[in-house]
Design a binder for this molecule. Structure first.
Ligand code: GLN
Length: 289
């Protein structure tokens, strides 16, 4: 890159890190490693083991292009086009929310109920409303081999991505996608209904972190005037799609525990569990009716 000598991983990494640091990126070294690793097929430990590996001109150009996108504020996983979630490698696309580590808490909270249902009935059926990348449903299917699920979404782009993610992770035979506005096209009964709906208040959306606001789809963020509209829809209809003693699990905003609990209570649901995320904020609620 800048030294005039043959480019090595070490020199490419130093240049990339410097570019991201100058651009004010939070963790320039990690992001530089992630992007370079993608281009040259490295694992993160390879940077220590093989710093002298030569970098071809073609690789260098690809690295430079990715680093430039990152310098301009595109999130690193959007550039990579995929992200790890609960042990799955998931593709992202324009109309899918980037899966967050906090959402893994929703998966972990529901797993005992899945296993309990399987031990009683031999199987368990899941409906994931607004599935996006398929993250939640696919993670549950991976952890519970007797489970099957439907991912629904209003976005055709999201459903295509979810289906590809199922195939990519060997889960296609137990996963189906349905294009639906919430429950509109859904039929049948489920043991578990799960959702990470859009829950940001419309007036707050504009103040979100630039990387979220500019790169995550609005339809996956904006929960209406008070951020609670999707919970009202889910709570109003979930009863018709749940088996007896079925469970609803939702992700919520950090300040929505009481409001969302009240909405579900008004439709006859009682709170089973309220769980915090890795940052200590309320993040997951489960209900039974
Ligand atoms: N957790 C996301 C954020 O803070 C919001 C996701 C959602 O609305 N479901 O950007």
């Amino acid at each position: 890159m800048s030294t005039g000598g043959k480019a090595s991983i070490a020199s490419a990494l130093a240049a990339a890190r410097k570019r991201l640091q100058t651009a004010g990126i939070d963790d320039p070294l990690l992001d530089a490693r992630l992007l370079i690793a993608e281009v040259v097929g490295f694992s993160l430990t390879d940077f220590v083991m093989k710093p002298d590996r030569p970098v071809t001109a073609e690789e260098n150009a690809r690295i430079a292009a990715m680093i430039e996108r990152r310098a301009l504020g595109e999130p690193v996983h959007r550039i990579l086009g995929h992200r790890e979630f609960h042990g799955l490698d998931l593709l992202l696309s324009k109309e899918t929310l980037e899966p967050r580590p906090d959402t893994e808490v929703l998966v972990d909270t529901l797993l005992p109920a899945l296993k309990e249902t399987v031990s009683r009935t031999g199987s368990v059926r899941i409906l994931d409303l607004g599935t996006g990348t398929g993250a939640i449903c696919l993670a549950l299917l991976k952890e519970c081999t007797q489970a099957s699920g439907i991912g629904s979404d209003i976005s055709a782009d999201a459903l295509e991505t979810a289906a590809r993610n199922a195939a990519r992770n060997g889960l296609s035979s137990r996963f189906e996608t349905i294009r639906s506005d919430w429950f509109e096209k859904i039929s049948g009964r489920f043991d578990i209904i799960v959702s990470n709906p859009p829950y940001i208040r419309t007036d707050i959306v504009a103040t979100l972190d630039r990387e979220v606001r500019n790169h995550d789809p609005m339809a996956a963020l904006d929960g209406g005037q008070d951020g609670l509209a999707p919970y009202r829809l889910i709570a109003a209809d979930a009863g018709r799609f749940l088996v007896e003693n079925g469970i609803v699990g939702v992700e919520i905003g950090f300040d929505q525990r009481l409001d969302v609990s009240a909405i579900f209570a008004s439709h006859g649901f009682s709170l089973l569990d309220a769980v915090k995320d890795y940052g200590g904020n309320d993040r997951v609620l489960t209900f039974r009716r």
